[in-house]
Design a protein around this ligand. Sequence first.
Ligand SMILES: *Cc1c(COP(=O)(O)O)cnc(C)c1O
Length: 243
Amino acid sequence: MNGDRRAELEQALAAVHKRIGEACAAAGRARDEVRLLAVTKTFPATDAALLADLGVTELAENRDQEAADKVAEVRELRPGAGIRWHMVGRLQRNKARSVARWADQVQSVDSVRLAEALAKAVRNARERGERQGPLEVLIQVSLDDSPGRGGCSLEEVNRLAEELTPSGDLSLRGLMAVAPLGADPAPAFERLARAAEELRRDHPEATELSAGMSGDLEQAIQHGSTCVRVGTALLGGRGLASP
Ligand SMILES: *Cc1c(COP(=O)(O)O)cnc(C)c1O
């Protein structure tokens, strides 16, 4: 069984790498400018472990509770695999304490209040020896008008970045966004790219642009994405019940 799943993941991974490579070539960008983040939400820890075996060591989750359990499980399955875990989903402030224990990076920071809660949680976790370094954060930008999907407005990015910068517990690394539903993603990614460029002017360390998923990674790479977040194209469909 596990051998079959490994072969399946290996094949899907090769196809995704091929798409990323071709998109980089089409955009005139170097292949190593774009990292692959595997979104393992709804899939078991054993899949995450197999992906790590195949060299995919940047993994992402979108719900704290599922992630906290899975991260612990994968640590037992593959101790020393050197996996980096990213939180990419909407985050309530009361989950900050838990996320500070398992996440290396949170890509979904969209308010000063959430940033403050995370900074405090990271400080406490470091004091208790539950984590080593600061938490890397990306500011999530909303590219449409549906607040339910998270993200701050493009106008708010700079103010939020100013709030984040002085903290020694959070380290601002860039921007993240999800393309609007049911619309051509290209114009949205173009606006995002401009915002990322502007942010880098004042915050040169904020070099990451996390954009592009299974359905639109080519357009995102065309518009400067440095990190594509791929679930379905790697692991298969999640069914109707999952986000
Ligand atoms: C689920 C998810 C993804 C992956 O989406 P796919 O279409 O399955 O590749 C990327 N980003 C976020 C924020 C997600 O929640």
